[in-house]
Ligand binder design. Structure first.
Ligand code: GLC
Length: 445
């Protein structure tokens, strides 16, 4: 009896301590995901524009990465392509300086897509770059070039692997579960690879994908999220660790179900959202991997996507697929440089801004910073633009990015800007200078 009192005390303090610890962990886990309040996530969203790269031996065929396996390209044939993969003209410096010239701030490359091929000399499978005729690591020079140009290096990493014997599905077109596969072992393999990638190349962000198949569960996603955060606490991950995501149908997601730090609409501009961070990915052509004679998006289309994305408070990850010899096709490179030239003049309306306060339409998008609202005039021939009045703010001045003063007339419920009289080939920016902070204005519908 005598001895039980201090024991009880110890027990109850232990219980209290565990409860506090649990609450702290639970809070930081959901907080990080829900509000994106962490400094690294804010920094990530300030970047606004990144380069997506889908690449691998499949470029030898010019068909879609992962998805053409067992369809346009027979399985065995696809799985043997690495034996011919020899990108002798791969020049990491050229890729990264191109991203820099395009005004991009980060770069996300497929380290291992759904086909399972690894572009670095991983210790955990032979199906990797060192067993190609090229032999050399793709990621090491890329990480060095990224450091040189101040571009953040990020890794795409597929959850599913149709090539790996321990992943239960071996083809996109035959989803029979292999009884000899072993998800437990497969997850250990993934963890080994992710630890290797994080330790050897120190990526800024991880872009997971391929979590929609049956063998993967949200519980596994949460565990992997905690695992990578344990290895590198400030690493950012997208939300394709769990099933809840916007994807191609731009679904409005339940944030509480989301696993990861930000949402990932695909081939569509995400919804205007001032709370949840998101990044839309788009192909520059019609395919993620290189396709000969692919149709490339026009410059005005690319710029309009960029403006609407920033105007909806998200990031844009624009994809190129390098050729089998390692070069980025000239037409793709040219388009990226053109975007970069526009950004050189108009970047203040994109980087580190917030979206809104007006939701974007087909003719304009708005971003804001300090006491300025940037109106992205997407139809350069428009002569006037009328918008609802901005509550509790006065417009002091309106002018274009190149300094042309514009007149504004204010009515009962709206104001009208007489737009630029100059000839603009491309979308251009009008700046509204307010008498107060623009960033705290609620969304004006
Ligand atoms: C899809 C595709 C994949 C591609 C990704 C990029 O999820 O499955 O091939 O890499 O989109 O967003």
């Amino acid at each position: 009896m005598k001895n039980s009192t201090p024991d009880k005390k110890v027990n109850s303090s232990l219980r209290l301590f565990s409860l506090i610890l649990f609450l702290c962990v639970a809070y930081s886990f959901t907080y990080g995901q829900q509000t994106g309040a962490s400094a690294s996530l804010k920094n990530f969203m300030d970047n606004r524009f990144g380069l997506f790269i889908h690449w691998g031996p499949v470029s030898l065929r010019g068909t879609e990465i992962g998805w053409s396996r067992d369809r346009e390209v027979p399985k065995d044939d696809y799985d043997s392509l690495y034996k011919e993969f020899n990108p002798v003209l791969y020049d990491a410096d050229a890729w990264v300086s191109l991203a820099k010239e395009a005004g991009m701030k980060y770069l996300t490359i497929t380290t291992r897509h759904h086909d399972g091929f690894c572009i670095w000399p991983t210790k955990y499978t032979d199906y990797n770059i060192s067993n190609t005729p090229y032999k050399k690591d793709i990621l090491k020079p890329l990480s060095e070039a990224c450091k040189k140009y101040g571009i953040k290096l990020c890794f795409y990493y597929s959850i599913l692997d149709w090539h790996h014997p321990d992943y239960p599905i071996h083809s996109a077109y035959d989803t029979t579960l292999d009884p000899h596969a072993n998800m437990g072992r497969y997850i250990l393999f993934m963890k080994d690879q992710l630890r290797e990638l994080i330790t050897n190349y120190n990526p800024y962000m991880l872009w997971f994908d391929g979590q929609w198949e049956k063998p993967w569960t949200d519980e596994m996603g949460k565990e992997l999220y905690n695992y990578v955060k344990g290895l590198k606490p400030d690493i950012i991950t997208n939300n394709r660790l769990g099933k809840e995501m916007a994807a191609t149908n731009n679904k409005k997601i339940d944030v509480l179900k989301m696993i990861g730090d930000y949402d990932t609409p695909e081939q569509v501009v995400g919804r205007l959202n001032m709370e949840l961070p998101w990044e839309s990915c788009f192909t520059l052509g019609q395919q993620w991997a290189w396709k000969p004679n692919d149709k490339i998006s026009s410059l005005s289309n690319c710029l309009s996507i960029l403006s609407k994305t920033a105007g909806s408070n998200g990031n844009l990850l624009l994809n190129v697929g390098p050729m089998p010899d390692g070069r980025i096709e000239m037409r793709q490179a040219k388009r990226l440089k053109e975007i970069g030239r526009w950004l050189e003049e108009n970047g203040a309306a994109i980087y580190s801004t917030k979206g809104g306060p007006f939701p974007p339409t087909g003719s304009f998008a708005t971003t804001r910073k300090g006491n300025k609202i940037y109106i992205h005039v997407l139809e350069p021939d428009l002569s006037t633009l009328s918008l609802p009045l901005i509550p509790e703010r006065k417009i002091n001045r309106a002018y274009t990015m190149s300094g042309e003063r514009l007149s504004v007339t204010t009515g009962e419920e709206s104001f009208t800007i007489k737009l630029s009289s100059e000839k603009h080939q491309l979308q251009y920016i009008v700046i509204l200078e307010l008498d107060g902070d623009a960033e705290t204005i609620p969304i004006i519908q």
